[in-house]
Design a binder for this molecule. Sequence first.
Ligand SMILES: [Zn+2]
Ligand SMILES: [Zn+2]
Length: 335
Amino acid sequence: MDAVAAAQVLSEIGYLLRQNEAERFRAKAFAAAAWSIVLSRPDLEALHKTNALTTIEGVGPGIAKVLAGVIETGQSSYLERLRADTGQPARDDESQIDLSQYKGDVHSHTKWSDGKATMLEMAQGAQAMGYQYLGITDHSPRITVVHGLGAERLLEQSREMADVQSKVHDVTLLQGIEVDILEDGALDLPDAVLELLDVVIASPHVKLRQEPTAMTERMLRAVSNPHVDVIGHPTGRRPGSRPGADYDFEAVFKEAARHKVALEIDCDPARMDLSPEMARLALECGCYFTMDADAHAPVEFAYVPMAAWMARRAGIPQDRILNFLDVDELTAALH
Ligand SMILES: [Zn+2]
Ligand SMILES: [Zn+2]
């Protein structure tokens, strides 16, 4: 049992506990322990042997006990019980995801908007992960609090990108944007700008409580825009703090499939959006997916394995996930 696999178990436990309001603090603790393990990748067997699991940040005695069970048996009876209690399919993972074949992340932020690291640091981080490519997708102008990028700043950014690219050879940088889906489904940048970019992620960030009919129209319009490649965190939910937008998911997912617009499994721990349940519906609607960390610092690339358990639980085959494509195949798919 390696650290990543154990972290996935704790993450799923935290995720399922969150469905019960009374368990929200415990849910938080499990999630925090999972992120701590996936970030620090400790030698769990060694720590278990010396009874030292609680030396891992975020791991108290209760979580250490669950973790010990996972290390000894490769599974968790606690997780099995939760799956049954929460009506999750009590069956094994339904698809194989081989993370060693993950080629790159298409959704990340830099100091150009609300990221905490420079583009060079992010590119070097992606290189350290062995990625073939990295999508640099800062926010669009509407997100004023984070200095979203309009046409002019995107042009400036492309100059910096050329410079960074000349320093980081192994990773192909894709210039992109995380463009806001406005209330009426129009996008926060003109088509003439979007068509110049390598990757366009359209995301709902504000007015998520729109009534479902309007929200459906909004999302349908966004997925129909020919420049959109991916819908970022498609519901905007924040597990444990706010529900996501409500719309006719089936209609929107089917339209996304028709336009070959991928849906994101955003594994930022605060989002985990699409959820496994929603991703399963999207799969049935014929959708493709991306598995992205939505990283705001290089260390956050470590989140990706958390998307893998979500994809497995949704039964998504690896060939439906764009991040397993080589860079040439990916750029062709993004057209
Ligand atoms: Zn976003
Ligand atoms: Zn983002």
